[in-house]
Write a protein that binds this ligand. Structure first.
Ligand code: C2E
Ligand code: MG
Ligand code: MG
Length: 556
């Protein structure tokens, strides 16, 4: 059977088959001829080299006589490029050296491999969601830009880092699909505002960065930043939702002084951090003092954490005095940081940062527990169960869901009665639109704990807010008390607050009483309680105990 079918079989087998003598084609099957767009008759007797892509000729020569398969590019008669995989060997026939071989057309496979390679390469340097360059590619471009800058000795680029306002809220409330849509739309809007030479990249999450080319001055970069902010303030449509967002932007201007691209990005990021701290939708330019401040803050944060572990915090107690009896009714617990090198650090130097970093929640938990423990101990040891303790709370402590449970637990663990605890909050907390706040206050009140409004008169809360919250006491800020005697206005204000408190059925504590004259005046106005250096500075626990033990009194 086989010999009859052999010619047919040879012509139609998948491989192109051939026999060469030197460059000359002695024989080839129809498939081999087809691969270069010819018929076998046309090719026999000619040279096959005319079909090989010129740049592959050296490769071909290096493979002559080798039995290893290789891929070579050939140009078909119609001009199309094909990739051929060659398997060949040298044979001796009738004393003649011939080459017999088989070729496979692997064009499709080679093309697939190279698009795969290109795709991998693309993916490694781009963000999959938005298709924008990623951090690695951005840094690479920035590095080139920086090198150019050094050669040219002129600075004409800026780096912007941009953060989408409220992204987390949008993502959490509408879901990740909508969040992704928002990011894609932001990417599109950013690109539409910039020139083709500028690079927009997505750094991570909702952070984008932009390399602005050829900015003549810092003012130019600011103008672009303003345009971007405008563009992102236009509402977004996500599904059926109209969403308002915006962006905060930090800018760092290029300079040959930068050694690494990461440094510029870091400075733009520091500026962004500043912008966000000032509220939403701001734009801030980096200056060198920010860097020092950022390093300082970072160190402070680290040492604050350490302070918690090493128990470097301590409470001082400032007596609160009843002006009708002259007796101490309790104390306000005031936090101090006993720093190993700096000594006693006042709260204003570290509480704002602890609030910013969230560390205040842990620190505040310690303050609450320690203050309650100490007061319970005094009540028992000094047989003064009516003594009260005031503890300052920061807004951050109200934001989580855990405050009510935490207070309940501390009271249970220390055995202090809820009636003995006063939590001091500030006006800004009332202004905070967080729905948790009023609810939390109500629950604390229901437990029997009292709520005092600290530094009253310094915030911007309108009086209409006051009765919406369960507040027991107004603590008049010391700035008003100071001016008693110096100005009639101040006296008038204090009088008004007293009248207001009485109509709202609240108690009043005058803070910051520094002179006998102020004290006298407050007594005359029937202010119920006072606190201040004139009565006693905040003191350490043993000294407070002495004040109570000796029955120190400030009767008129
Ligand atoms: P505050 O709650 O209004 O505390 C009263 C501040 O006024 C205390 O400052 C106290 O030492 C000071 N002071 C008392 N009497 C006088 C006076 O006659 N004249 C003057 N000039 N000052 C007087 P301190 O201890 O430096 O605390 C400052 C602020 O730090 C506190 O203001 C409070 O807002 C915050 N703070 C203190 N401890 C804590 C705490 O444990 N947690 C939180 N979140 N904040 C705290
Ligand atoms: Mg206070
Ligand atoms: Mg105060």
């Amino acid at each position: 059977m086989l010999p009859d079918h052999l010619p047919l079989l040879l012509d139609h087998c998948l491989a192109g088959l051939y026999v060469l003598s030197g460059d000359r084609i002695v024989w080839l099957n129809a498939r081999a001829a087809e691969m270069v767009g010819c018929t076998a008759e046309e090719l026999v007797g000619g040279s096959f080299l005319e079909f090989i892509h010129p740049t592959d000729l050296p490769l071909l020569r290096s493979k002559a006589g080798s039995a290893d398969p290789y891929v070579v590019r050939a140009v078909r008669r119609d001009g199309e490029l094909v990739h051929l995989e060659v398997h060949q060997r040298t044979v001796e026939k009738d004393g003649q050296r011939l080459i017999s071989g088989a070729v496979l057309d692997v064009t499709a496979r080679v093309r697939a491999e190279s698009t795969e390679r290109e795709k991998l390469q693309h993916d490694a340097f781009h963000d999959v969601l938005t298709g924008l360059p990623n951090r690695a590619l951005f840094l690479d471009r920035l590095e080139h830009r920086l090198a150019l800058e050094k050669r040219r000795h002129q600075t004409s680029f800026s780096v912007l880092v941009l953060d989408i306002d409220r992204f987390k809220v949008i993502n959490d409330s509408l879901g990740h699909v909508r969040g992704d849509e928002l990011l894609v739309e932001v990417a599109r809007r950013l690109q539409s505002c910039l020139r083709p030479a500028d690079t927009v990249a997505r750094l991570s999450g909702d952070e984008f960065t932009i390399l602005l080319e050829d900015v003549a001055s810092a003012a130019d970069a600011r103008k672009v930043a303003d345009r971007l902010r405008e563009e992102l303030r236009v509402p977004f449509w996500l599904g059926a939702h109209e969403v308002f967002s915006g962006a905060s932007i930090g800018i760092a201007h290029g300079s040959a002084a930068y050694a690494h691209p990461e440094d510029i990005l870091r400075d733009a990021d520091t500026a962004l951090y500043r912008a966000k701290a000032q509220g939403r939708g701001r734009c801030v330019e980096f200056d060198a003092s920010m860097h020092d401040r950022a390093v300082e803050l970072l160190e402070l944060e680290t040492s604050l954490r350490r302070a918690l572990e090493r128990k470097e915090f301590q409470l001082h107690y400032q007596p609160v005095v009843s002006l009708s009896t002259g007796q101490i009714t309790g104390a306000e617990a005031l936090l101090r940081w006993n720093h190993p090198e700096r000594g006693l650090v006042p709260p204003m130097e570290f509480i704002p940062l602890a609030e910013e970093t969230g560390l205040i929640v842990e620190i505040g938990a310690w303050v609450l527990r320690e203050a309650c423990r100490q007061m319970k101990e005094w009540q028992e040891r000094l047989a003064q169960p009516q003594l009260e303790i005031g503890v300052n709370l920061s807004s951050r402590q109200f934001q989580g869901p855990g405050l009510v449970a935490e207070v309940a637990e501390v009271l249970r663990a220390t055995g202090l009665s809820p009636r003995s605890l006063r939590l001091e909050v500030t006006e800004s907390l009332l202004m905070d639109k967080h729905p948790n706040v009023a609810q939390t206050m109500t629950e604390l009140r229901a437990m029997g704990v009292r709520i005092d409004l600290d530094d009253f008169g310094t915030g911007y809360s309108s009086l209409s807010y006051l009765h919406q919250f369960p507040i027991d006491t107004l603590k008049i800020d010391r700035s008003f008390i100071h001016r008693i005697g110096a100005s009639d206005d101040a006296l008038e204000i204090v009088n008004t607050i007293l009248a207001l408190a009485s109509s709202l059925d609240m108690e009043v504590v005058a803070e910051g009483v520094e002179t006998e004259q102020q004290l006298e005046q407050l007594r005359k106005m029937h202010c119920a309680y006072a606190q201040g250096y004139h009565l006693s500075r905040p003191v350490e626990a043993p000294q407070f105990e002495t004040l109570i033990g000796t029955g120190r009194s400030w009767a008129a």
